[in-house]
Design a protein around this ligand. Structure first.
Ligand code: FES
Ligand SMILES: [Fe+2]
Length: 402
């Protein structure tokens, strides 16, 4: 890592409770820093276990600019590796999901088994030792079917988060879900602007009229206010149904089961279940949503009929790749139990609205007239949590350097 002295100065100049200094949203140096300090270290949501259902299932993706592959080995164990051949570094697995008995590098056909061991390398000299050239492992953790990876040798503590989230998600049986749809967007905005936008609903009532019909967007931080007693009644009903509500919150995560608006059963355009084959049948599927979010780059909603997952991957100082996924019960049949269009319409609409907001935000942040302004303590508490976490994590990374 370079010394990133400019990033250090920018972090020092940040006013608490305010948006970040301009160059943290625009400069190549801050982008390079973020990949190393944030994405190469922290826990990143890779996908759901159900995307690699059987031995030999693999999914290849990019985390902080580095290609990785997560797979299920012959014993059924889930493993992760740097997707970089131990010969001359080519990507062994193409991006996306695949099914394979072994991993064969497309360049010179070095071949790895599903534990990462090098089992074939043609025409190498006698003294070449395959055992010294296994794929390099990365850390993978499975929380109730949700896979998180860390590229760090010594990742941040994970157990408290896992212990907090697992009971909330367990009733949704995510290990037995299936991926119904994936939509990928390229947003012309820094990843931190994408995530700040994703951490608040200050803009929802006006800019997401459809989303705003599904849950209370104007309540105080983290749905804490409950003047009408709706939350208390919801929590009592969930408790009676055996569904934990949390919340659980820590350094890099928050998760809570919260009530949707009265009469709303799911995050869909009409508020009804989009999938008739429910993932959670308790209470007729009137069970609100488990919102779970992790820094640096994810949020998700586990509903009775489907689960929606959002992740962001920085692809340049001013560009971010957003991946959104919808999961349904493994036995739900498209065209019979659900229509894809109704399942994805609300979040596709919302994402497209957010792209416009983020890109417009970036253009304004690029201005020579940009000055970081204050967050609303009531409406943007989770944005403040995100940027505070970012600054603290960035300072810790710089501390490790010195
Ligand atoms: S780079 Fe993979 S076999 Fe040569
Ligand atoms: Fe939004």
């Amino acid at each position: 890592m370079s010394d990133f002295s400019r990033v250090r100065q920018l972090l020092q100049s940040r006013r608490p409770g305010h948006a970040l200094p301009q160059a943290l949203y625009t400069s190549p140096e801050a982008f390079a820093f973020d990949l190393q300090a944030i994405f190469a270290r922290n826990w990143v949501l890779a996908g759901l276990e159900c995307e690699i259902p059987v031995s030999g299932s693999a999914m290849a993706l990019t985390v902080g600019g580095s290609p990785i592959v997560v797979l299920r080995d012959r014993a059924g164990e889930i493993r992760g590796f740097h997707n970089s051949c131990r010969h001359r570094g080519a990507m062994v697995c193409a991006a996306g999901r695949s099914q394979r008995p072994v991993l064969v590098c497309p360049y010179h056909q070095w071949t790895y088994d599903l534990t990462g061991k090098l089992v074939g390398a043609r025409r190498m000299q006698a003294e070449f030792d395959p055992s010294e050239h296994a794929l390099r492992p990365i850390h993978v953790r499975n929380v109730a079917g949700v896979l998180y990876v860390s590229l760090a040798e010594d990742p941040p503590p994970f157990e408290e988060f896992a212990n907090g989230l697992a009971p909330l998600l367990a009733p949704h049986d995510l290990p037995h879900a299936k991926l119904a749809h994936e939509a990928v967007f390229v947003e012309k905005g820094n990843w931190k602007l994408v995530m700040e936008n994703a951490r608040e609903c200050y803009h929802c009532a006006v800019r997401h009229p459809d989303l705003a019909l599904t849950f209370p967007t104007e309540v105080k931080a983290h749905f804490a206010a409950d003047e009408a007693g709706n939350v208390a009644r919801f929590e009592a009903r969930m408790k009676a149904a055996g569904l934990p509500v949390g919340p659980t919150m820590g350094d890099f995560w928050q998760a809570i089961r919260f009530p949707l608006n009265p009469g709303i059963l799911s995050m869909t355009m009409d508020g009804k279940h989009a999938v008739s084959r429910l993932m959670v049948e308790a209470e007729g599927g009137d069970i609100g949503s488990v919102r779970f979010a992790t820094e640096p780059n994810s949020f998700a909603h586990a509903l009775a009929d489907h689960t929606f997952v959002f992740t962001a991957e920085p692809s340049g100082p001013l560009e971010t790749i957003v991946t959104t996924r919808w999961y349904v019960h493994k036995d739900a049949v498209e065209g019979v139990d659900y229509h894809l269009e109704s399942l994805v319409a609300l979040w596709l609409t919302t994402n497209n609205q957010d792209i416009e907001l983020v890109e417009n935000n970036q253009r304004g942040v690029n201005s020579i007239g940009y000055v970081p302004g204050p967050y609303s303590e009531e409406a943007e508490a989770l944005v403040g949590r995100f940027t505070d976490w970012y600054c603290a994590e960035a300072k810790r990374a710089l501390g490790r350097l010195s």
